[in-house]
Design a protein around this ligand. Structure first.
Ligand code: SAH
Length: 453
């Protein structure tokens, strides 16, 4: 019986031998056949004496797996080499796909071993400081196998989520626009001053490093062998080193002006969920005239989260001039029935772009029909998708403003309705109705008599 074949999927690290793992060297030594893209073969050429070497071009990826399988079937030990980690944008995936499709299982005679290596984001990060010390993600800009809308959506979400982003395959001779598009998307959520490290041929002979700002990223010298590391909102550069702080506590501490005393090892930060809500209330308290929408913009969190913090206020830890009370979602229909009693109302609608429409209406003219809350008159048409009314809050600002704030499932403003003053005062009956409805509809159990009124 011939000896059983073996497929070793070897990540050789960035390129220098010192950064290759012990197991990777051993695996190559063990192999009868070494297969790989010609550049990778060159990187390990002094380990290849006496071995059968099969060089492949860039586009012959599947051929490499097929050939490895064929040789393993003949009882040979085959090492397939790939730069960095072979499981990161590498040959491990396609090889397993091919093997599994052809009926191979981990119990089959042919053994398969994946040998991890130091991937480009780690090796490149090590050359510029410590940019990956907090949450990060990698995104490949190659659209050879991934549709652009998928790449764009991932960029958008990484940017929104304030992840440090490592861009693989940022640019090639033919793909020159992608890095510009990526910059545009990142700039929607991140400062133009965000530090960016551009590492070309890390740990190889032509190594080159550029430290720039996000605003300049797309104009830099970037190629096929470059990894781009984009910082998060806390990343800084000092003495030429790019560093992402391990925690965000300092940033929010600077916002509230509170000291770091009171942190306990192994416990949530004082800026955990409760502390964060207290921070919002303090911000609202201290900044006098700021609206809740402005507070939401300032922290980059949805309005509903700000309202949540305001609604958890106490007499000692109050939210400036604001109070907010959540309407029980079972009572939305009753609330709509009550609106006509609140007299004249100011309806405020905001567009995502920041435009604001303020319409003076009568509550009784709002009609709910086929899930649309509408008001049509000779001056304007107002249509609000009532299925998007996710949360409704009674909201007041001292004795100056009373109304309700409706937020959508994303937590952003869907519609605002404010009571309108007649002369210099609110209409007493209208205000009385408003307070009465607030008391009853924000309770978790509504009184039966009120429903049947
Ligand atoms: N398996 C590899 C990634 C292959 S995708 C790994 O884990 O690192 C190819 C991309 O990797 C390149 O476009 C570049 O973005 C990055 N890359 C690979 N080696 C690199 C190096 N030495 N320096 C900088 N970037 C590198």
């Amino acid at each position: 019986m011939t000896k059983a074949g073996k497929i070793l999927l070897v990540g050789i690290g960035p390129g220098s031998h010192e950064h290759m793992t012990f197991r990777a060297k051993e695996a190559i030594a063990e192999a009868d056949v070494v297969i790989g893209y010609s550049t990778y073969i060159k990187l390990v050429k002094d380990l290849l004496d006496g071995k059968e070497v099969i060089k492949k071009g860039m586009t012959e990826e599947l051929d490499r797996s097929i050939e490895a399988f064929e040789h393993a079937k003949m009882g040979k030990t085959v090492a397939m080499v790939s730069s960095g980690d072979i499981g990161v944008y590498g040959m491990a995936g396609p090889t397993y796909e091919l093997l599994l499709e052809s009926g191979w299982t981990p119990d089959s005679q042919i053994q398969v071993e994946v040998i991890p290596g130091c991937t480009a984001l780690s090796s490149c990060a090590s050359l510029v400081g410590a940019p990956l010390t907090h949450d990060f993600c990698s995104i490949s800009l190659s659209d050879l196998l991934t549709p652009w809308p998928v790449i764009a959506r991932r960029l958008e979400n990484a940017a929104r989520g304030d992840f440090v982003v490592a861009l693989y395959n940022p640019k090639s001779g033919r793909r020159t626009q992608h890095i510009i598009e990526a910059q545009t998307i990142l700039l929607r959520h991140r400062s133009p001053d965000t530090p960016v490290a551009i590492v070309k041929s890390g740990y190889r002979s032509l190594q080159n490093i550029q430290m720039v700002r996000l605003a300049e990223m797309a104009e830099c010298d970037i190629g096929m062998l470059t990894t781009v590391l984009v910082g998060n909102s806390s990343t800084f550069v000092k003495s030429g080193l790019m560093v992402t702080p391990r925690g965000y506590a300092n940033k929010y501490d600077a916002l509230t002006g509170e000291t770091l005393a009171g942190e306990q090892a192994g416990r949530s930060l004082s800026m955990g969920l409760n502390g964060w809500q207290a921070c919002v209330r303090k911000y609202v308290r201290d900044s006098g005239k700021t609206t809740l929408q402005e507070t939401s913009n300032y922290f980059g969190r949805p309005l509903a989260e700000i309202l949540e913090a305001v609604s958890a206020a106490t007499t000692e830890d109050f939210a400036g001039l604001f109070t907010a009370k959540l309407v029980d979602s079972k009572h939305y229909d009753i609330l709509l029935d009550k609106l006509p009693n609140w007299g004249k109302l100011r309806a405020v609608v905001r567009s995502a772009g920041g435009a604001i429409a303020e319409l003076l209406i009568q509550g009784q003219n709002l009609q709910l029909k086929n899930n649309w809350l509408s008001l049509v008159n000779e001056h304007f048409h107002l249509h609000v998708d009532w299925q998007k009314a996710h949360k409704i809050w009674f909201l007041s600002r001292s004795a100056e403003a009373y109304g309700i704030q409706i937020t959508d499932p994303e937590g952003e403003s869907l519609l605002n309705l404010w009571l309108v003053k007649e002369g210099s005062d609110f209409d007493e009956t209208a205000l009385h109705h408003y307070h009465d409805d607030q008391a009853k509809l924000t309770q978790s159990t509504i009184q039966e008599s009120y429903i049947h009124e």
